[in-house]
Design a protein around this ligand. Structure first.
Ligand SMILES: Nc1ncnc2c1ncn2[C@@H]1O[C@H](COP(=O)(O)OP(=O)(O)OP(=O)(O)O)[C@@H](O)[C@H]1O
Ligand SMILES: Nc1ncnc2c1ncn2[C@@H]1O[C@H](COP(=O)(O)OP(=O)(O)OP(=O)(O)O)[C@@H](O)[C@H]1O
Ligand SMILES: [Mg+2]
Ligand SMILES: [Mg+2]
Lengths: 172, 205, 205, 172
């Protein structure tokens, strides 16, 4: 219904672009916003209008979000996802290599941003980044010791080699 | 209500029964390229009702059954089970009671003998648990055989796909919900058309 | 024939004149997210004749001009120059002489006074160099002003876009050639439709 | 023309899926192939037919390439690119974070695969992976010491911090 969408939109907008919102938290500043795209007649229609995103990393003036870099796009998308999550938390969240385009400094900010959500949800994170592994409380290793057949082993961060391979000692 | 465990057997590269426990606030899944990490995500989407083979990176739905390897024959069926903790709540929930549409379910989820199934999901009867099933633990299972037969089960009882979807109504859980971000799709929300972005927000409304 | 240098000025985030030399067999470009690495790739595509603003990640072509920052005013024009070594060859090349089409070039590459330009590209005259220009070094430059005027230059002389394309004919170099793999597009060949894959192979034929 | 396409197709096919082809070199085994898709009438048309890819990492039996993992797709795509490159080398090749989805072992194989091409071409590689940086003969750092304005500095591998940031001592 219209009323519910409006309430969710306003909540997500604030959680995303507000002063204390996820964008400023992930970028350490800057500004972001969500707005509804007017219809052909120039009016905003709460039931039909699409949603546009504006994102300005600190000190930059991109006109459109397509000008953002690969890493900036990832961080903006994660900020928006977290904003939605804050207004409607789900019991768990699965993230499959969302940190692939991030440099180490942004990996650090990303893992720190998960903190405030842990009272209501838990995260399952697939990654190749050592820093993200270090932020996990538990690690499951998946190996194909037998070619073509996946097996799960329990690992500690120090048993995952720099190359993501699981060291022999973890493969009971 | 917490996702506490995932069990796969014969699903994609997981030829043998394999268990993943999720007891920690942040659980990592690691391993070299091609070892089977994203197959775990596909398994969760599948048991939650995913019906498109393409969105499970396959050509046909039967591609989710273990296809064999250099040292093993192809599997006969695939099975995935999700286990949720579902403790009694101090304060009961006020649940909307959705109208249950009476249109027939597609054949894929009919009970193997074709009988209609009395859902274990008692939406209005169970107000003191997050999942409307009167049990401390809820197990949702999906099975698929090489001959195409498939079934869904909740706590061991056969149900329809509609029952599974109803079970998770309003929880934020679903096979294409915003809480599952697939590999390479993190900036999908930025690349999407404004109207598509709207429908993602509507889901969270 | 080697790409030895790239010079950017006022192009995207490169407000000041910036030089990149490429003397090594493998040259790495590194730096944190958002610092300007992919803008370098956009600059190379642009000077080689890219005409789609979207494929330079912008809204309009003027978006390639430095748009200002917290501490600087927007730039007035963008300029990018590629420098190629073009030594004399021991064995002359047998070059096909393409038919030159006589359709008019789009206005964007007309000389600012509108005069037609006598190309420096002497396809059949220069057989002992890889690039058909009689010089040891070939510089290709593209400029764009905030008022929309733009021009191409080869070794300081104004040319048309068609001359630039002709210069690189059959070298494997081009703004959308298989030798430039943009960020996030490495598996584009796998995701492409079979008929699109064919056109990539045709380009290499 | 038909003759030229056929010659290129056969050459790339062999460079990709042959015994000594790029696929087997990058995966350390397995098999791959390119084939033309028959038209509606069941015939192959050298002027019209599309190109299909088959790729089988060692010990695996994927029916379609969409079943490959993120890293396997990247390695297959790089193998195909290199095969095209071998049959029609261009003077330079620019690779913008092609190693983003790769684990360290595959990053190693990828950088080693560039070796045989260096007599005819040179590579410009944008990366966040330390291993790839170590395979470069020269490194250019790009910084935004002044917010929003890019500058180039010369760096050595040891001056690039684990987080991809360029250490102060390189910023003359
Ligand atoms: N039905 C099946 N039977 C057996 N193996 C399968 C089946 N479906 C997919 N696979 C195999 O699973 C592998 C892909 O696994 P997955 O995508 O989970 O890897 P990953 O660990 O996510 O790797 P990456 O780090 O590269 O993303 C492929 O090699 C594919 O051949
Ligand atoms: N015309 C312009 N004027 C000023 N800055 C611009 C202009 N166009 C793009 N930018 C800025 O350039 C930045 C993007 O740079 P680029 O994509 O090269 O980053 P990158 O180094 O590749 O980062 P990543 O590692 O995340 O991929 C954006 O922050 C964008 O705002
Ligand atoms: Mg994966
Ligand atoms: Mg980039």
């Amino acid at each position: 219904s219209r009323r519910r969408f409006k309430a969710t939109f306003e909540a997500v907008r604030d959680q995303f672009g507000g002063q204390e919102g996820m964008f400023r938290r992930l970028f350490g500043g800057g500004s972001a916003d969500l707005f509804l795209v007017p219809m052909e007649n120039g009016e905003i229609d709460w039931l039909e209008s699409g949603v546009e995103i504006r994102a300005k990393p600190p000190g930059k003036e991109p006109r459109v979000i397509s000008q953002l870099s690969g890493g900036e796009k990832t961080m903006t998308a994660v900020a928006l996802l977290m904003a939605i999550f804050r207004s409607k938390p789900s019991p768990f969240c699965i993230l499959d290599e969302v940190d692939a385009a991030l440099d180490e400094a942004n990996v650090e900010r990303f893992t720190k941003a998960l903190g405030p959500f842990l009272d209501r949800s838990h995260f399952i994170v697939i990654t190749h980044h050592k820093r993200t592994m270090q932020a996990c409380h538990e690690l499951h290793g998946v190996t194909m010791a037998e070619r073509g057949v996946s097996r799960r082993v329990t690992v500690r961060v120090d048993q995952v080699g720099a190359d993501g391979r699981i060291r022999e000692d973890a493969l009971e | 209500m917490r996702l506490s465990r995932l069990t796969l057997s014969g699903f994609k590269s997981f030829a043998d029964p394999t268990d993943f426990r999720f007891d920690a606030p942040i659980t990592g899944i690691v391993g070299p390229n091609g070892c089977g990490k994203s197959n775990v995500v596909d398994a969760i989407k599948w048991v939650l009702g995913e019906r498109s083979a393409k969105s499970l990176r396959g050509g046909a739905m039967l591609d989710v059954i273990f296809a064999g390897s250099a040292s093993r024959k192809p599997g006969g069926h695939a099975s995935v089970t999700l286990t949720f903790d579902n403790p009694r709540l101090a304060v009961p929930i006020d649940r909307d009671i959705p109208e249950i549409s009476t249109e027939a379910e597609p054949a894929e989820t009919m009970d193997v003998e074709g009988a209609s199934i009395d859902g274990p999901v008692q939406r209005d009867a169970v107000r003191d648990r997050l999942l409307p099933v009167d049990a401390d633990e809820v197990q949702v299972e999906r099975r698929l055989w090489a001959d195409g037969r498939s079934e869904y089960l909740v706590n061991g009882r056969k149900v329809r796909l509609r029952d599974v979807r109803e079970l998770f109504l309003d929880t934020g859980i679903g096979n294409d919900a915003y809480c599952i971000i697939e590999q390479g799709k993190v900036d999908a929300m930025l690349r999407a058309h404004p109207v598509e972005r709207r429908s993602i927000l509507e889901e969270a409304a």
